[in-house]
Design a protein around this ligand. Structure first.
Ligand SMILES: Cc1cc2nc3c(=O)[nH]c(=O)nc-3n(C[C@H](O)[C@H](O)[C@H](O)COP(=O)(O)OP(=O)(O)OC[C@H]3O[C@@H](n4cnc5c(N)ncnc54)[C@H](O)[C@@H]3O)c2cc1C
Length: 538
């Protein structure tokens, strides 16, 4: 094997890249993690402003049999607290405490849509069935994070008894891969009810993934000090194992034949293996394939066309608010992780047909029409509300509360308005409407107590994270996904057509999120290690 300064270079210091780097550093490899921002973590990050603690990306974490298994395997101590969830529609709010809370959810829906009691029972039956599948799926620590060669107890007492159940369950799950909207269409005729259940998921989310969320609500936890502590812990582990991290370095070119990456200052580095843990469209745009074998170039060109043709999934708009009101006032209403819908009507066609019409006829319509649409969009939507100080005391100045309110948002709308030159005005209009809707419904005291507020739009996510279309969980859902989307094939999700280049993170597998980013990070590290050992044994 030629002498490289680093066996493996990892590009992208989000949770996937951090995981890959930690595993390779533990295996005593010379590893370098390159991150374009000042700090690592990507969409698993936290920051403090005026003494208020906020989480930038994900608001709380779901274990999914992966996060705790990874922490245990890497011997990382992370102090965590539970992150209970409340669900609310108009002035009906329930708190999810255990499996029986499903009955509270049924009663909530029945109170709001009494005419649809039969359909609601059908939905609850379906959620209950999926919860059983979830119990199997996440029933043991993910084997990818276990030392299978030496842990005979795990193999014989847990893995082998679990495998047949897993295979059976995967078959069931794969049959529920249709979009949740279509699935609900077969069991629910009431459009509003259908919207209320599905509108806070990405468009066309696979039914199984969406309907499994009731189980996931019980799975959420919060690292003490904020979600960013998870990234920080991994970063510290990389350094402890002797890995190197280079921040404020953006990779702008990959020369696949020479195994070289180039950064924004034209510095070059040679790799034996490269793990790309950032946006995949970018990888294919900046990779030069000259000199590669013709069959590899053809495969790479095919993959490039496929990826560039596809879009990132829905993005998100987040409003961060510093409030001069004690946490107790918020605690009386809901937990610190709250999915709230201020109107029982549901979004209907607002975020689909109507938005599509606005975008396709943008040059013909005026600001007034867009703002009228924005009224409806904010009134009928579902919000994810996160209040860090309710999860852990001390995350806000005494007697004050930091609140994050977010909703799914379409990148193209922000992009077109930016081109028209009124993005700042549009963002202000959106912020004001969100504040007015939330103050007019669930937190009536909010509007008069605001100390300051600011927001992140899909364009901020694109700029900061380098994520196409501001996506937060990789690819848009469609019939033919451009990446692996079956759990039994996840091992192959990290392969690329390029020699010695692997992929990991939100773009490598669908549906994605923090647990799958961690899993693909580990799988990519394993592939890189295998490759290094193969060369050494030659
Ligand atoms: C508001 C919100 C809520 C969410 N809720 C959930 C949830 O409930 N459950 C869940 O599982 N997930 C959730 N997610 C999604 C989850 O946070 C992400 O899918 C996951 O963190 C992605 O991790 P990653 O490492 O794959 O990628 P990223 O976090 O995107 O990291 C990529 C990194 O690469 C860096 N980079 C990009 N280009 C380059 C380059 N050219 N050179 C060097 N560095 C580069 C970026 O700066 C970034 O740090 C949420 C996200 C948001 C924003």
């Amino acid at each position: 094997m030629p002498e490289y300064k680093y066996n493996t270079i990892i590009v992208g210091g989000g949770i996937a890249g951090l995981t890959a780097a930690a595993y390779l550093a533990r295996a005593k490899q010379k590893v370098l993690l390159i991150e374009k921002n000042k700090e690592c973590g990507g969409l698993v990050n936290s920051f403090t402003r005026d003494g208020f603690h906020f989480d930038t990306g994900v608001r709380a974490l779901e274990d999914a049999g992966i996060i705790f298994a990874m922490l245990k395997d890497l011997k990382i101590q992370l102090e965590v607290v539970e992150s209970p969830v409340s669900l609310g529609i108009e002035d009906e709010i329930i708190h999810i405490e255990n499996l029986d809370s499903l009955l509270k959810y049924r009663d909530l829906l029945t109170k709001i849509y009494p005419e649809s009691e039969g359909e609601i029972n059908g939905i609850i039956k379906s959620i209950r069935k999926i919860m059983k599948y979830m119990d199997v799926l996440y029933g043991i620590e993910n084997p990818v994070f276990k030392e299978l060669k030496s842990d005979r107890d795990f193999i014989f007492k847990e893995l082998l008894p679990w495998l047949p159940k897993f295979i059976f369950t995967v078959g069931k799950i794969n049959r529920m891969n249709m979009p949740v909207e279509d699935y609900l269409g077969t069991i629910v005729k009431n459009n509003s009810l259908r919207d209320i259940i599905s509108q806070h998921f990405f468009k066309n989310t696979p039914a199984f993934f969406a309907m499994s969320y009731f189980s996931l609500y019980l799975d959420y936890f919060y690292p003490k000090g904020g979600v960013g502590k998870l990234s920080e812990a991994l970063k510290n582990k990389i350094v402890e194992y002797g890995g190197e991290i280079k921040t404020e370095t953006k990779i702008t070119e990959v020369m696949a034949e020479e195994c070289i990456v180039k950064d924004q200052n034209n510095n070059t580095l040679k790799y034996a293996n490269l793990i790309w843990s950032a946006d995949l469209k970018t990888l294919y745009k900046i990779t030069r394939t000259e000199g590669l074998l013709p069959r590899i170039r053809i495969k790479a060109e095919d993959a490039k066309n496929k990826f560039l043709k596809n879009r990132g999934g829905d993005s998100v708009f987040s409003l961060f608010i510093e409030v001069n009101e004690p946490p107790e006032s918020f605690r009386k209403i809901a937990y610190g992780h709250f999915f709230y819908t201020p109107s029982r009507l549901g979004l209907g066609d607002t975020h689909r047909g109507e938005l599509h019409y606005l975008l396709s006829n943008f040059d013909k319509i005026g600001k007034g029409q867009i703002l009228a649409w924005l009224d409806k969009f904010t009134r009928l939507n579902t919000y994810e509300i996160s209040i860090p100080v309710l999860k852990e005391p001390g995350l806000a100045p005494p007697g004050k509360t930091g609140v994050i309110i977010s909703l799914l948002a379409e990148y193209d709308l922000f992009s077109i308005i930016q081109k028209e030159g009124w993005l700042d005005e549009f963002i202000k209009e959106l912020e004001n409407r969100i504040l007015s809707v939330i103050s007019g419904s669930v937190y009536p005291f909010l509007k008069d107590k605001i100390i300051d507020c600011f927001s992140f739009s899909p364009l901020s996510i694109e700029n900061r994270i380098g994520s196409s279309e501001g996506a937060i969980t990789g690819w848009e859902f469609q019939k033919y996904m451009p990446v692996i989307n079956k759990i039994q094939n996840s091992d192959r999700s990290v392969l690329t057509p390029f020699p010695s280049i692997y992929q990991a993170g939100q773009w490598a597998y669908s549906p994605a999120g923090v647990p799958m980013s961690i899993l693909t990070g580990k799988l990519a590290a394993e592939k890189a290690l295998k490759q290094i050992r193969k060369f050494k044994n030659r």
